[in-house]
Write a new protein. Structure first.
Lengths: 506, 249
């Protein structure tokens, strides 16, 4: 096929169809159009966050071939064979290599599909010599149509080539191949996991809190369908992060709502969160599967395999249960109720509701920042783990606050504070993960029974091995906390934080 | 980069027919091919519908790779380009000298402009009065169409003598029988005699006298594009197999 023959080939895209006969691209040359031929089915793929479209690319399955449009240089292509929905499930090849920036956790989903038609066109001179060729490929989905035009330059016939390109450009053809998703499946809403809530002049603390809650409610709802369909684990993850952010707004934005309302809202969101925890935990264990196998010698692999078999069973059951819940009428009604409550303009106001957003934010962040520093400065090698966990939670709250209010502050200064904060959080996050995993593994042995006694012995051995390794790792992360905090507690960061959040005194 | 010349010290024997069809078959077989039409009449260019290039400034034509490559035209067939050279004999000789002496430079220059050819096929002009030593030296293989008649046999003998006298390697020569008419016993006898006399030199495949080949001028396309399954098309396929099997690197 000519689409992926890079030499002397220009690949243009165009919404809808084009009738070359009408365009008269040839001047003195004669246009020869072959009758269009059916060319089978096509599928356009992208992940839920539209990573490909946003980077100007389009991943197309045409028959049994997979091609990536809009990549730099050549058009990568390979066999479309794959044994799953993720990039790592693709057969090895150029396309898979070119997709190494796509999150390994995100499934490639069908954006549009339909049928393709191919038509060959050529411009010939008075000797019937072909001077330029084009291959038109019309992709039709139920919602739209797009034409891919591969124009082949023939050596020595530059003029014909240029005039055809010019005629096509005049008809709106261009090289932004990533656009085809917009035309084949128009009106899709872009998915943003971290929406930026506008915080313009005159906004109050109450406005901001309501705005953030509304935006994240929207994010949570966008992730329901994918969780039900079980495309990948990121849907549920994003759903939970969105609810967690709402809860942190409720607990961090003190005084914005009356206390009893805050308590009621918090309870409502906790009720939404609670049924999702088990599935997420199991997802996390299963995502660690390969890593766990790599941690242990082969002699312990049987036990691991048995453990993951049981995890997988439980996980599938938990997924079905949650999907049932998300599909239920009761859930839909509850979500509609909550959405309606936050959509209205008359939410009750607490004592700090009317403070200007900026003043309110600065005071909150400054207070949280100082609290984090206070805890961290007290941490040394002897400090109990509980205080490290407290530091982790403090950092998380600080990060949420800074991110919620980010549009109010200058980017560069904010980055000065955020960068070392993220590093510190990575470190604390690993420390926590290792600790949680040890606990979970121990709980697994206590609560699970395999099919045979031998199964139980094998899994207990494997868990013993894992806990040992994880404990070592946790200790190593623990040892890094002070150093990472040192970087966060530098003069530069301190000055930036003071200037940003405590300007009046700084 | 292999250089294959279609040459004969006799006119009208099928050099151009061979060049066109062999170049086409090589390209179909996956090689990137440049067919140099060195005949001022532009016969191979005509078969590919490529208009003869404007008379280029001879003195500088070969000095200037940009000019040289600018004259190259894509044929309608994948991987096959044509150089419609439109040369006088003197220029032709200079061209061959360049190919011979500066082959690596020529190759580099072609590659630099995006034309890395695997094979260059030379359709040699008619009426080279002398035996062209430059052709013999520039080419890796010299395909010689021989019509199996007494006269052609004599001419071929002269070519062999020239090779032997000038210390040229006979093995470069790849003669084959062209325009063979199986009903003529003279043709069959001459072929038998010459195959015995020049043992192992002649290619096994022969191209029959065929109206499908004559019709190239009407179709203005290589035989295999309109008569691949007919005897003439098959004969060129066999010739290609033998040439690429024997000589290809
Ligand atoms: N095998 C063949 N059978 C019939 N006609 C042929 C055959 N080979 C060449 N011809 C015709 O003979 C003429 C001379 O052939 P050409 O290839 O131009 O010879 P050259 O290049 O050696 O002068 C052309 O008209 C051509 O069509
Ligand atoms: Mg000729």
């Amino acid at each position: 096929m000519k689409l992926n023959k890079p030499e002397r080939r220009t690949l243009l895209v165009l919404p809808g169809r084009i009738d070359l006969g009408e365009v008269q691209p040839g001047g003195p040359l004669r246009l020869e159009l072959e009758p269009p031929q059916e060319a089978g089915a096509f599928t356009l793929l992208d992940d839920f966050s539209q990573s490909l479209q946003r980077s100007g690319r389009a991943l197309l399955q045409l028959g049994d071939e997979l091609i990536l449009l809009g990549a730099d240089g050549e058009v990568p292509s390979q066999s479309a064979a794959r044994d799953g929905a993720f990039v790592h499930d693709l057969a090895p090849g150029q396309v898979r290599d070119a997709l190494d920036d796509i999150s390994p956790l995100r499934a490639l989903l069908e954006v549009a599909s339909g049928t393709a038609q191919v038509q060959q066109a050529a411009l010939l001179d008075d000797e019937d010599k072909t001077q330029v060729r084009a291959e038109l490929r019309v992709l039709s989905s139920p919602e739209g149509e797009v034409t891919l035009i591969a124009v082949e330059h023939m050596r020595g016939y530059d003029k014909a080539h240029e005039s055809l390109l010019a005629a096509l450009a005049a008809r709106g053809a261009h090289m932004e191949q990533g656009m085809i998703g917009e035309w084949l499946a128009p009106g899709r809403e872009a998915y943003v996991s971290k929406p930026v809530v506008p915080l313009g002049e005159g906004r109050t603390a109450h406005d901001v809190a309501v705005g953030i809650i509304r935006a994240y409610l929207g994010v949570a709802r966008r992730n329901e369908a994918g969780t039900i369909a079980d495309h990948d684990t990121e849907f549920l993850h994003d759903y939970r992060v969105a609810l967690r952010k709402i809860r942190s707004v409720l607990s961090l934005f003190k005084g914005v709502f009356p206390d009893e309302e805050t308590a009621r809202f918090k309870a409502a969101f906790s009720d939404l969160m609670a049924p999702t925890g088990q599935l997420r935990d199991l997802d996390v264990y299963l995502l660690e599967k390969d890593a766990y196998f790599n941690l242990l010698p082969e002699s312990l692999h049987d036990g691991l395999a048995e453990m993951f078999r049981q995890f997988q069973e439980e996980r599938d059951a938990a997924q079905r249960k949650l999907a049932r819940r998300f599909r239920s009428r009761a859930y839909a009604a509850r979500m509609a109720e909550i959405e309606a409550e936050f959509a209205g303009g008359d939410l009750p106001r607490g004592p700090k509701a009317d403070l200007p957003a900026h003043d309110y934010a600065s005071a909150l962040i400054w207070k949280r920042y100082r609290k984090v520093c206070k805890i961290a400065r007290g941490i040394d090698a002897q400090t109990p783990d509980d205080e490290v966990h407290e530091l982790r939670i403090g950092c998380k709250k600080l990060r949420y606050l800074v991110e919620f209010f980010a549009p109010l502050f200058p980017d560069a200064e904010l980055a000065t504070v955020l960068k070392p904060l993220k590093k510190l959080q990575d470190n604390l996050g690993l420390f926590n993960d290792y600790s949680v995993q040890q606990g979970a593994l121990r709980a697994f042995v206590e609560t699970h029974q395999g099919r045979t006694r031998q199964d139980d012995i094998e899994t207990a051995l494997a868990v013993g091995g894992l806990v040992t390794v994880l404990h070592d790792r946790q200790k190593a992360e623990r040892a890094r906390v002070a150093k990472r905090f040192g970087k966060f507690d530098s003069d530069e960061v301190r000055e930036a934080a003071r200037a940003l959040f405590h300007g009046s005194e700084g | 980069m292999e250089v294959i010349a279609c040459y004969s010290n006799k006119g009208g024997v099928g050099k151009t027919a061979t060049s066109v069809n062999l170049a086409h078959a090589l390209a179909e077989g996956g090689k990137r091919v440049l067919l140099c039409d060195l005949d001022p009449q532009g016969a191979s260019s005509f078969y590919f519908r490529v208009k003869p290039s404007k008379k280029l400034d001879e003195a500088r034509f070969f000095e200037d790779v940009a000019r040289f490559t600018k004259a190259i035209r894509a044929s309608d067939f994948e991987r096959l380009d044509i150089l419609p050279a439109n040369m006088s004999f003197r220029e032709f000789d200079a061209f061959l000298a360049r190919v011979r002496n500066k082959r690596s430079r020529l190759k580099k220059a072609l590659k630099a402009v995006g034309n890395d050819y695997d094979v260059i096929v030379l359709d040699c002009p008619p009426n080279i009065s002398a035996l062209s030593e430059n052709v013999f030296k520039a080419a890796d293989r010299i395909i010689v169409p021989v019509i199996p008649t007494t006269l052609s046999a004599r001419t071929f003998e002269q070519l062999i003598e020239f090779f032997d006298e000038n210390g040229l390697r006979r093995r470069k020569l790849a003669p084959f029988f062209s325009m063979v008419e199986a009903r003529k016993s003279l043709h069959l006898e001459t072929m038998k005699e010459m195959r015995t006399r020049y043992r192992k030199l002649f290619l096994d495949s022969a191209v029959p006298y065929s109206s499908d080949i004559e019709r190239m001028g009407l179709h203005r396309a290589p035989v295999r594009s309109y008569a691949a399954k007919r005897p003439a098309g098959r004969a060129y396929a066999a010739l290609y197999e033998e040439v690429s099997g024997k000589g290809a690197k």
